[in-house]
Design a protein around this ligand. Structure first.
Ligand code: GDP
Ligand code: GDP
Length: 486
């Protein structure tokens, strides 16, 4: 899922009907009754072989406090800012209305890509409406019938080249992960350069202070380097030298014409979070000290770990925290309890507003990426393994002792290890955890996701090993060079 499509248009043109068709489940109810409030909704869409996120702006109540048009505008602006592509829908049976004109104007000004759809296009009653749609200045309309599933081929034909573009873009922007380790690699570890800056993502719930933090980082640099030098900005990332380290900072949710968005979404959009994580080598999960470790924070931190990214927890708005010591104790306790899979990951306190603690954050990021890039030689590993076995011999299920023969590091970014052993399928998780925790301590690898693969004698490909245990109880498969798209 490399792009998102927002369906916009005035009420009753058929947006939800199309949303339902694309999502495939009757997840979103089509409701003809006025008075039902529905806000922006997200769904996983499929159209032919395309997979994307669809955002529906359905369901405005009848006008009450504020004018319908005003709210319509706001909602549309929000959707446009969130989405990569907009599908603007009109009702071909009704033809173009003044409200359609208003929305078309927003789209012309603001949207990156607009697809114009004349819906309810089945039958000749729609002919004149389809022709009128040309007049909106948004190019050729596609004639759709969301209800009958007509015109979807045309939609597919328009989306496909855009999807390819976003796919390519995502490939280019993705950092190298799951890198094969071979000993005496002259390139290891990869240096951070201007051409290949360190990629970090700042994620967190709305209002956590992501934009403030990024502006603070940028601002400090601007003082040093002048308004233009060394700073490039695109839609989803900023590039900056932060304390002489070239970095590219991703904030897919926040950078989109942020200032213009009036209301903020309550929730971190799942697709935005996922995308930001995929772009990053180090994920900075920014918490609001007043409401730390909320469900969405935990979800995104877990997601980052599962995707094999290094994680730094930054607790923001520390300037307004009163009892700093007690709070810090509480935060550390919560962190250990709620995110055991990230054991040892750095937790730093910052104030994005005042800039205090940013040096600590920088240090934590650099440390996290060093750990994530860690390489341990086979000789070191096997000496270490012998000690571990002696200290705490592996179990003997049904009287058969599991023999651990040999160990090597197969991957880095994040570190992945293969242990050759007898009966890999009988290895209890507790013993694997013992090894993972031992690796963390002995080779200074706190926090980073560590993959450990038990491999029997007959298995050829270690990464196809039947037994795989991560620091957390995870199911994702490591394999190709790049993580697969979702
Ligand atoms: P929304 O308010 O834009 O989300 O519109 P809905 O999806 O709720 O649809 C409004 C009404 O239009 C419903 O009664 C739908 O059944 C109907 N509708 C949606 N698509 C079509 C279509 O392609 N043709 C016809 N004739 N009716 C449709
Ligand atoms: P975002 O939605 O995560 O990008 O959050 P913003 O950067 O827009 O910040 C949300 C609000 O929190 C704004 O009113 C900021 O001024 C405020 N804020 C951000 N960082 C801090 C901080 O370190 N201390 C305090 N007191 N307020 C902050």
């Amino acid at each position: 899922m490399t792009f998102s499509l927002a369906i916009v248009g005035r009420p009753n043109v058929g947006k939800s009907t199309l949303f339902n068709r694309l999502v495939g489940k009757r997840l979103a109810l089509v409701d003809d009754q006025p008075g039902v409030t529905r806000d922006l909704r997200e769904g996983a869409a499929r159209l032919g072989d395309l997979r994307f996120t669809v955002i529906d702006t359905a369901g405005l109540e009848e006008a009450t406090d504020e004018s319908l048009q005003g709210r319509m505008r706001k909602l549309t602006e929000r959707a446009v800012d969130m989405a990569d592509i907009c599908l603007f829908m009109i009702d071909a049976r009704t033809g173009v209305t003044p409200m359609d004109e208003v929305l078309a104007e927003i789209l012309r000004k603001r949207a990156k890509h607009v697809i114009l759809a004349a819906n309810k296009g089945e039958g000749s009653a729609a002919d004149s409406g389809v022709i009128e749609a040309w007049g909106l200045g948004l190019g050729e309309p596609i004639r759709l019938s969301a209800e009958h599933g007509e015109g979807l081929n045309d939609l597919y034909a328009l989306l496909m080249p855009l999807a390819d573009e976003y796919e390519e873009r995502a490939e280019e922007d993705a950092p190298e992960t799951d890198v094969d380790v071979c000993e005496d690699d002259p390139d290891a570890p990869r240096p951070i350069t201007k051409a290949k800056p360190l990629q970090i993502a700042v994620v967190g719930r709305p209002n956590a202070g992501k934009s403030t933090l990024i502006n603070q980082i940028m601002g400090e640099e601007r003082l040093l380097t002048g308004p233009e030098a060394g700073i490039t900005r695109d839609a989803i990332s900023v590039q900056v030298d932060w304390d002489d380290v070239p970095m590219r900072i991703f904030d897919t949710a926040g950078m989109r014409k942020k200032a213009k968005i009036q209301e903020k979404l309550e929730k971190l959009s799942v697709s935005d979070g996922l995308r930001a994580v995929k772009f990053a080598e180090v994920v900075v999960v920014l918490l609001d000290a007043a409401i730390p470790f909320e469900q969405q924070d935990l979800r995104i931190a877990d997601l980052a770990e599962r995707e094999g990214r290094a994680v730094v927890i930054a607790v923001n708005k520390w300037d307004v925290e009163e009892d700093k010591q007690a709070k810090l104790r509480e935060l550390r306790e919560e962190f250990t309890r709620l995110l055991p899979q990230l054991r040892g990951a750095p937790l730093v306190t910052v104030s994005a507003k005042t800039g205090k603690g940013l040096d600590r954050l920088h240090t934590a990021i650099m440390k996290a990426q060093a750990v994530w890039n860690r390489r341990v030689t086979t000789a070191q590993l096997n000496r270490w393994l012998a000690g571990m076995l002696e200290q705490h011999p592996p179990p003997a299920p049904q009287g058969k002792r599991i023999k651990l023969r040999y160990m090597t590091q197969a991957k880095t970014r994040p570190p992945g290890f293969v242990v050759m052993c007898s009966h890999p399928d009988k290895m209890p998780d507790s013993y694997s955890r013992y090894l993972v925790n031992g690796l963390r301590e002995s080779f200074d690898m706190p926090g980073t996701p560590i993959r450990l693969y038990m491999r029997g004698q007959s298995d050829k490909n270690p990464y196809k090993g039947r037994r795989k245990v991560n620091a957390g109880a995870l199911t994702k498969h490591l394999g190709k060079g790049r993580p697969s798209g979702r």
